[in-house]
Design a protein around this ligand. Structure first.
Ligand SMILES: Cc1cn([C@H]2C[C@H](O)[C@@H](COP(=O)(O)OP(=O)(O)O[C@H]3O[C@@H](C)C(=O)[C@@H](O)[C@H]3O)O2)c(=O)[nH]c1=O
Length: 183
């Protein structure tokens, strides 16, 4: 299980080993001990799964604030996504910057997004299934969102703005400048 820092070091790519044979392959997709040795020691408490039918579905940008801020470990079970983490830690030298990584079922790569970041993704294929672990329970009172196409963040989404499919809540999300200090 490889853990590789991204350009924002707290966000990490996790690459599980695959053991291939005539039948296909076997992979340990989550190992608490190996991840802890590599700096990811979170106690995950909830597993989430979402299915998005159309390609070009954008979910995000989402985060929970204290006392229920969440770290997330994201992977794709079917299809592919561009997965994005945005640094909202106000004392961070990379505040407002983001990391974007392709995750797909074929490759099995995962992304670790710590607390203090907003998270979102765009599906690159129809019928995409995303699974992720979180280390704090869902708390609607602490759930926040941030505008997916905020020019101050400047995410290059792989879908034209007019074609992106979003929830009503996500379309109306506040801009970074209007969030105030959240972490
Ligand atoms: C996130 C969440 C939602 N729900 C409910 C609330 C609502 O009725 C329904 C759909 O919720 P949402 O529209 O927020 O689902 P979705 O847009 O898929 O939200 C998710 O997006 C990705 C990008 C994340 O990072 C996640 O943390 C989460 O915020 O599911 C739960 O019951 N538990 C949960 O943990």
């Amino acid at each position: 299980m490889l853990v590789i820092e991204t350009e924002i070091p707290a966000v990490k790519r996790v690459i599980p080993k695959r053991h291939g044979d005539d039948r296909g392959w076997f992979s340990e997709v989550y190992r608490a001990d190996l991840l802890a040795e590599r700096g990811i020691a979170n106690a995950f408490v909830q597993d989430n799964q979402s299915f998005s039918a159309p390609a070009g579905t954008i979910r995000g940008l989402h985060f929970q604030v204290a006392p229920n801020a969440q770290a997330k470990l994201i992977r794709v079970l079917a299809g592919a996504i561009l997965d994005v983490a945005i640094d909202l830690r106000s004392d961070s030298p990379t505040y407002g910057r983001h990391v974007a990584v392709r995750l797909d079922a074929a490759g099995g790569e995962q992304l670790f997004v710590p607390a203090g970041f907003a998270h979102g993704f765009c599906t690159l294929e129809p019928n995409t299934m995303v699974a992720y672990k979180v280390d704090a329970y869902y708390s609607p009172a602490d759930d926040r969102n941030l505008r997916w196409n905020d020019p101050a963040i400047g995410i290059e989404w792989p879908v034209a703005e007019a074609d992106a499919i979003l929830s009503g809540k996500d379309k109306a999300a506040p801009l970074l400048a209007d969030l105030g200090r959240v972490f």
